[in-house]
Design a protein around this ligand. Sequence first.
Ligand code: ADP
Ligand code: MG
Length: 319
Amino acid sequence: MPLGEFDVIARYFSRNSPRGDVLLGVGDDAALLTPAPGQALVVATDTLVEGRHFLAGTPASAIGHQALAVNLSDLAAMGAEPAWALLSLSMPQSDERWLADFADGLYALAERHGVALVGGDTVSGPLVVTVEVLGFVPPAAALRRSGASVGDLIIVSGAPGVPAAGLEELQSGRATFASQDARVRRFLRAEPRLALGRALRGFATAAMDVSDGLLGDLGKLARASSVGACIDLERLPVAPELAGYPLAEQERLVLHGGDDYELLFTLRANHFGRIAHLAEAGGCSLRCIGSMVQGEGVECRRAGARVNVAGQGYDHFAS
Ligand code: ADP
Ligand code: MG
């Protein structure tokens, strides 16, 4: 017999909280939490819909990971430290195997970052997963999209485009979910850049996470900051996983690939060495790809000459 709603919650979503600031977690009408004094509460939510944000057949543990990871990435981009999460789960049936794997994927990531699952909702319906995360940042240290000035360097972390390449391997049928291909593993288990986000407090003049493609997201940062951006295509970081692709494909993946969770940010030039050193020590490479300029929009250059690069970021309601 399939498990009822309350058994699902009790069996899969009631693990003990690792945090002392949870007075009451899952099980009552609402959670009781004690925010740290003097900190701003940072809140983000994201919804994943089967067939739209993840492919049908995606392993449940990867869905659990991703549902939390997209939200943690938003907190990373604010320079925040995550604390609590809520999970709203709509699913067609209470499949125990699926639930166990889903919970394992979600809790594994939560535990790595000291996040407690403190509540949620469980309903039957199409497979839709909504997670909300709450965290803290000292109010003056929060990283916004709007603080970049002319002359600031544009920096991107890690290896943008690799998860998108993994997604294409899956979509084309060249790889399966069980594949050990590094691109596929990265797509299914990208790690949010929380340590980097915190290291950028007081240094990054603007920051965001790359979720809809580097180029489109840089356009959003530039607009929020009321300045323009200029990047050199030769400086784009090309991960070893993308080394075998033709140049045009590398550029397409790095500039337009989604699902990255890399951080895109701006810095005064004299801070770059120090931040790159810090990030490197934490196992994260940084690449300066250009600088903020007068004007608006994003200009791409190759060998110093302006080039047109088609396409912006992903928009759910664009035709
Ligand atoms: P109510 O009907 O009062 O909203 P529910 O029966 O929906 O309460 O939920 C009971 C408890 O279980 C609440 O603490 C709620 O936050 C929690 N909860 C429900 N679904 C989930 C879930 N998927 N993950 C974590 N906590 C959940
Ligand atoms: Mg409810």
